[in-house]
Design a protein around this ligand. Structure first.
Ligand SMILES: *Cc1c(COP(=O)(O)O)cnc(C)c1O
Length: 398
């Protein structure tokens, strides 16, 4: 797919290094449409684009998801939501994390919905809003078992509802909870959480003295594996980027997902080592015979962490091992045959019939796939592709 990638991307925004991540916006559109097709029409789709769209670029992934039928966006931080507003996104946005009460007027002014669950917060937010004329829309967070944020007890719900009722500038437009184990094969805890959420939701409505229109509970795993978790809205992150919520549930998913993220570089130097010569810091690798070694300009400052040593990359459609310590900005690979300077190296993604998945990297690093595109640092430019053409380039270094 990327073997014929031009050396300089055809775009207005440039970068001056031969290492870049590619984001397939068509895959994101297909993933959103595919996931939506498994849901009843009336269920709203929130595209979760926190952390720069899980490292894929928040603006373009948000735009693509909205075009494919998403009606809501989710971010973790108010800063992320404000960034989307500043770039022209007018769709409803919910901040999923905790926002400081003193920042509530800023959110309200930009029509950004916040998450809240503490009565003290409501009072402070209400004070901050006083005299501004702005009205805050919020979704109340109920903790059904994640034990991260949200109301747990009837007393908390009651105090929260009283504080809301006393604050004319604050409207509860939704309520939600977060699932802790929807990506595991054992369904018991998730079913218990969903039941608990229903019960707590009724308590909240009773205390508020009115129904709350929008209810949501499902992350990607909940959306794809629990029909009853859909309620009014789903919050899909990882799977819109084409990744399964976990290897365990991957075979159970009702849609085929396509990975949107790939990572590439180009060989900067090639040399032949003699038997007994070592490479890189700490001399952890020694050639046992004559060996072709190539230098690739990516390192741990790019989020390509040292634990990738021993993994493979693709060169000329074949796997080549990463040998020796990975440095801050460069690493070394072993080639079967000499390759020319500028030869494409694919660290994540496909070349010919070979494919290195995000999941393979996650297994190599003993972590989850979520972490991989997120930790590829801002120093690695993102080239966003649409219909095979470069739609945008992000280089946050320049
Ligand atoms: C990140 C997040 C999501 C999305 O989860 P995925 O597993 O990536 O689909 C949904 N809800 C909340 C509250 C989140 O923080």
């Amino acid at each position: 797919m990327t073997v014929n990638q031009p050396k300089v991307p055809e775009s207005a925004t440039v970068f001056y290094r031969d290492t870049w991540a590619e984001v397939d916006l068509d895959a994101i559109r297909e993933n959103v449409a595919g996931i939506k097709s498994t849901l009843p029409d009336k269920i709203e789709f929130m595209a979760v684009v926190k952390a720069n769209g899980y490292g894929h670029g928040a603006l373009e992934t948000a735009e693509e998801a909205l075009k494919a039928g998403a009606g809501f966006l989710g971010t973790a931080l108010l800063d992320e939501a404000l960034d989307l507003r500043a770039k022209g996104i007018t769709a409803p946005i919910l901040v999923l994390g905790v926002t400081r009460p003193q920042d509530v007027p800023t959110a309200a002014e930009k029509d950004i919905t916040l998450t809240a669950f503490q009565d003290e917060w409501i009072k402070e937010a209400s004070d901050a809003l006083a005299g501004t004329g702005a009205v805050l829309s919020l979704h109340a967070k109920l903790d059904s078992g994640m034990n991260r944020i949200g109301m747990k007890s009837k007393e908390e719900i009651s105090r929260f509802a009283s504080a809301v009722s006393a604050s004319p500038s604050i409207k509860v437009t939704g309520m939600y909870t977060h699932l802790a184990a929807a990506d595991e094969l054992d369904r018991n805890f998730t079913l218990k959480q969903l039941k608990e959420f229903r019960r707590m939701g009724e308590e909240l409505e009773e205390e508020l003295g009115r129904p709350v229109a929008c209810r949501h509970a499902a992350n990607s795993a909940g959306t794809l594996l629990y029909a009853e978790a859909g309620l009014n809205m789903v919050r899909v992150g990882i799977s819109m980027y084409g990744l399964a919520p976990s290897p365990a549930v991957k075979p159970l998913l009702p849609v085929k997902l396509k990975e949107a993220f790939s990572l590439h570089s180009r060989i900067t130097h090639v040399k032949k080592l003699q038997a007994g010569e070592s490479i890189s810091y700490g001399r952890t690798y020694t050639a046992s015979e004559e060996e072709w070694i190539a230098t690739v300009p990516i390192g741990y400052a790019d989020g390509w962490i040292r634990a990738n040593q021993g993994g493979d990359v693709l060169v000329d459609g074949k796997r080549s091992p990463i040998v020796g310590r990975i440095c801050m900005d460069q690493m070394l690979i072993k080639l079967e045959h000499p390759a020319a300077v500028d030869t494409l190296v694919t660290l994540i993604g496909g070349q010919g019939t070979e494919f290195i998945s995000v999941e393979e990297i996650a297994a190599r690093l003993e972590t989850i796939s979520y972490e991989i595109p997120c930790i590829i640092s801002a120093r690695v430019p993102r080239v966003l592709k649409k219909d095979g053409k470069t739609a945008a380039v992000h280089n946050r270094v320049l």
